[in-house]
Design a protein around this ligand. Structure first.
Ligand code: FES
Length: 376
C-alpha cells in the first residue's frame, strides 16, 4: 500500500482535527489520546464533514459527532456507537519524522447500515393522496391559546366556518390542524451549515418521527388540494406559531434548490388574517411570498382580513362585532368558492411543465469555488 504525506505534526497538535484530501476523497485526521487516526470525512448520513465535529470520550472509546445531525463515529475504528452497524472508512497512518503519512486507500471500507425509516415511507417516496377529482381542504390554525382556558379565536372561527361550508357545498374532505396542539421542535438551522444538511423529510423529523411537523408534512404535501392558513395579527405580524411552522417548511422549498423538485403539486392556498388592530396587508404579503415559493397557486382575492384599527383596544367588542359580522359569514364562503374554482382549473395542469424559477445550487456565484472542508 502506498502512503502519501498529508500534513506535518506541527499542523496537527494533540487535541486537534484536520481535513485532508487523499486521491479523490476527503479524510478527517484526529490527534487525540496521543495518537493520530484517520477516518472518511463524509458522514454516511448525508455527507456532513466529520473533521469539523466535536470529539468526546463516550461509550467504549473516543467519538466524533457529525456537526450536521449528530451521527457519531469512533475516531479510531470508524464504527458507529454500540447498537448501530455503520462503519466509516478507516485509513492507516504512519509518522516519519515530522511527516504524517496516510494510506492511499482505506484499510477498512465504509459501509452504511440499513436504518429503519419505514414510518416515513410515504414522505420519502412522496405517496400523494390527492386524485383527479379530490377536494381535500386542510385548515391550519396558527393561533395560540391555553386549551384548558379556551377563548374565542376570530381566525380559528373563520377557518371553521370556511371548512364547514366546503363540506356542505362541495362535499369536500376537510381536516383541521391546530398548531398549538402539535408538539414540534423549532427548525434547528441545519441549512445554515450546508444546503444538503436541510433534508427531505426534515432531519428533525427523521430524528424523531413523532415530532408534530410530521403531520403537517403529510397533510400539506401529500393529502391536501387546498390549504387555508388562519392567523391572528400579533403586533403587526402573523402568529409566532406560524413562523415556527414556516421555518420547518424550508425542507419543502429546499428540494427545489437541491434537486429541482417541486413537492407542492397543483395545490391552492388562501389565508385568513384577523386582528383587533391593523396590518392585514403586511401579514398577507408575508404569507403569500412564502407560499408562492413553496409552489402553491392562489385564487384571485386570496386572503380574508378582519381588523378594527389602531385605536380599537376594546377587544371584547372585537369578538362581539366579529360574531355578528355578515362580512365574515359571506367572505369565508366566497374564499372557498374561489379556492374550489381555482383548484378545478389547476387540476388539469401538467405538473411536469411547471418549473421553479428559483436559484439552483449551480446558480451561486461561488458554485465553482471548492470548500476544502466539505465533501459535496
Ligand atoms: S449526521 Fe452527518 S450528515 Fe447527517
Amino acid at each position: 500500500m502506498d502512503f502519501i504525506k498529508v500534513a506535518s505534526l506541527s499542523e496537527l497538535p494533540e487535541g486537534s482535527s484536520k481535513i485532508v484530501k487523499v486521491k479523490n476523497s476527503k479524510v478527517a485526521l484526529f490527534h487525540f489520546n496521543g495518537k493520530i487516526t484517520a477516518i472518511g470525512n463524509a458522514c454516511l448520513h448525508k455527507g456532513g464533514p466529520l473533521g469539523l465535529g466535536c470529539i468526546e470520550k463516550k461509550y467504549d472509546g473516543t467519538y466524533v459527532t457529525c456537526p450536521w445531525h449528530g451521527w457519531e463515529y469512533n475516531i479510531q475504528t470508524g464504527t458507529a456507537p454500540p447498537g448501530y452497524k455503520d462503519q466509516q472508512a478507516v485509513y492507516e497512518i504512519k509518522i516519519k519524522g515530522d511527516a504524517v503519512l496516510i494510506s492511499e486507500e482505506p484499510i477498512i471500507k465504509a459501509k452504511k447500515a440499513t436504518h429503519d425509516l419505514s414510518a416515513l415511507d410515504d414522505l420519502i417516496h412522496l405517496k400523494y393522496q390527492t386524485t383527479a377529482t379530490s377536494i381535500n381542504i386542510l385548515g391550519i390554525s396558527t393561533t395560540n391559546m391555553n386549551d384548558d382556558l379556551v377563548r374565542f379565536s376570530t381566525s380559528e372561527n373563520a377557518l371553521e366556518k370556511a371548512l364547514a361550508y366546503a363540506t356542505e357545498k362541495y362535499g369536500a374532505e376537510t381536516k383541521m390542524i391546530k398548531l398549538r396542539q402539535l408538539n414540534f421542535r423549532h427548525c434547528e438551522g441545519y441549512y445554515s451549515q450546508h444546503m444538503n444538511a436541510c433534508t427531505w423529510p426534515c432531519s428533525v423529523t427523521e430524528m424523531d418521527v413523532k415530532d408534530g411537523m410530521t403531520q403537517v408534512y403529510r397533510d400539506m404535501v401529500l393529502w391536501a388540494d387546498v390549504v387555508l392558513v388562519a392567523t391572528p395579527i400579533r403586533w403587526g405580524n402573523a402568529s409566532s406559531l406560524y413562523y415556527k411552522m414556516a421555518e420547518r417548511l424550508n425542507t419543502v422549498q429546499n428540494q427545489i434548490t437541491l434537486k429541482k423538485k417541486i413537492l407542492i403539486q397543483n395545490k391552492v392556498a388562501a389565508f385568513i388574517i384577523t386582528g383587533g388592530q391593523d396590518n392585514i396587508q403586511a401579514v398577507a404579503g408575508q404569507l403569500m411570498v412564502f407560499f408562492t415559493d413553496l409552489g402553491f397557486v392562489f385564487p384571485p382575492f386570496s386572503f380574508l382580513g378582519w381588523s378594527r384599527g389602531w385605536t380599537a383596544e376594546d377587544m371584547d367588542k372585537n369578538v362581539l362585532q366579529f360574531k355578528k359580522s355578515e362580512y365574515i359569514k359571506r367572505t369565508t364562503k366566497e374564499m372557498i368558492d374561489n379556492c374550489v374554482e381555482t383548484l378545478s382549473q389547476i387540476k388539469k395542469r401538467d405538473i411536469f411543465k411547471i418549473i421553479a424559477p428559483k436559484p439552483h445550487r449551480q446558480d451561486s456565484l461561488s458554485a465553482d469555488i471548492d470548500n476544502p472542508e466539505m465533501n459535496i
